[in-house]
Design a protein around this ligand. Structure first.
Ligand SMILES: [Zn+2]
Ligand SMILES: [Zn+2]
Length: 325
């Protein structure tokens, strides 16, 4: 009995470890998520502390043009996977693709350490159903900036995947696998990055690049920036920008956010009509994700991209000059 004080932290440690390897670990024994408090759970902060803490290693490993360019390139490629597929495909089904291509896109999105595609899509569908209401998990209006940006991700209330919201996706066992073991791909991605860095170090010793430096830039820094870029859509895109559409939420159109997120900054457009593939509705609203998806459709890899109806375009009260308001 006197062992109890020692066993409890040990049990928590091993359960946390198991849960980080298998997101559905002991799922049936967890309390109903809506009954849990909306507060930070220290175990759930560990992946974020790991990511941000890893960035500090840059002071030891330094920087080189190759590492910087690779980190930027992987930011852009993986942001495209998040916006084009996690968001516009899995969450909103705005176009169609093959089973193989949806799996490959899910793997790429998963390497961003933003959890599995089913959790992401289910959580995002909930946001659209309750945007800026009390029920919304990440509204800066009802819950404050810090909670809407990152706090909500650390609450056990928002951890389990509500599979009932993604029946259309959970019929694919390969997607359920990625969702359940959602640290597998990030782990493989990290190993791949270290291996590429090691190969450059060995084959091109004159480059001065080290495996550690390449790993810190392409894994820690690129992934952390990608995480915050995406999270700004939950926080800043409901606070900063203009509102050509009088939606019932407080979503905004913001040019700067659209640049760092490859088109997701046209968030007010998106809340008005989430069924369209494009989020930049007018020619001056730069939507790099949409241009990328158009190229994929010309290559025959995706099809049936859904347009914005004329009636929705006519509704907007906006001109190019109002873009920076
Ligand atoms: Zn929103
Ligand atoms: Zn959406």
């Amino acid at each position: 009995m006197f062992l109890n004080p020692l066993l409890t932290p040990l049990r928590i440690f091993f359960e946390t470890l198991a849960q980080s390897l298998d997101a559905d670990f002991k799922r049936e024994k967890l309390p109903e998520p809506s009954t849990l408090p909306e507060k930070i759970n220290w175990q759930r902060t560990l992946p974020f502390l790991f990511l941000h803490g890893g960035c500090l290693a840059v002071f030891w490993v330094g920087i080189s043009p190759i590492s910087l360019a690779a980190a930027l390139l992987l930011y852009v490629i993986r942001m495209f996977a998040i916006t084009g597929f996690y968001h516009r495909y899995f969450s909103h089904r705005t176009f169609k693709t093959s089973r193989l291509f949806q799996f490959l896109a899910a793997v790429l999105g998963n390497s961003s350490m933003q959890r599995g595609p089913l959790w992401w899509a289910a959580t995002h569908r909930h946001h659209h159903a309750h945007a800026d209401e009390e029920e919304d998990k990440h509204s800066p209006l009802t819950k404050g900036f810090c909670w809407s940006h990152i706090g909500w991700l650390t609450s056990m209330r928002n951890f389990p995947t509500p599979y009932e919201k993604v029946h259309d996706l959970s019929r694919y066992p390969e997607l359920v696998f990625l969702n359940r073991y959602d640290k597998t791909i990030p782990l493989l991605y990290g190993m791949l990055m270290y291996w590429i860095g090691w190969m450059i170090e060995k084959k091109f010793p004159n480059s001065g690049l080290t495996a550690g430096e390449f790993f810190v830039w392409t894994f820690f820094i690129s992934t952390t920036l990608l995480l915050h870029g995406t999270l700004f859509i939950n926080s800043l895109a409901h606070l900063w920008g203009n509102r050509p559409y009088r939606t019932k939420d407080d979503s905004r159109n913001n040019f700067w956010l659209s640049i760092i997120t490859l088109g997701e900054g046209w968030h007010n457009n998106h809340h008005r009509y989430p069924h369209a593939t494009r989020q930049g509705f007018r020619w001056w609203e730069i939507d790099i994700t949409y241009y990328g998806l158009k190229i994929l459709s010309l290559l025959g890899l995706i099809w049936e991209l859904r347009p914005v109806p004329d009636s929705i375009l006519m509704e907007a009260q906006e001109s190019p000059s109002s873009m920076f308001n």
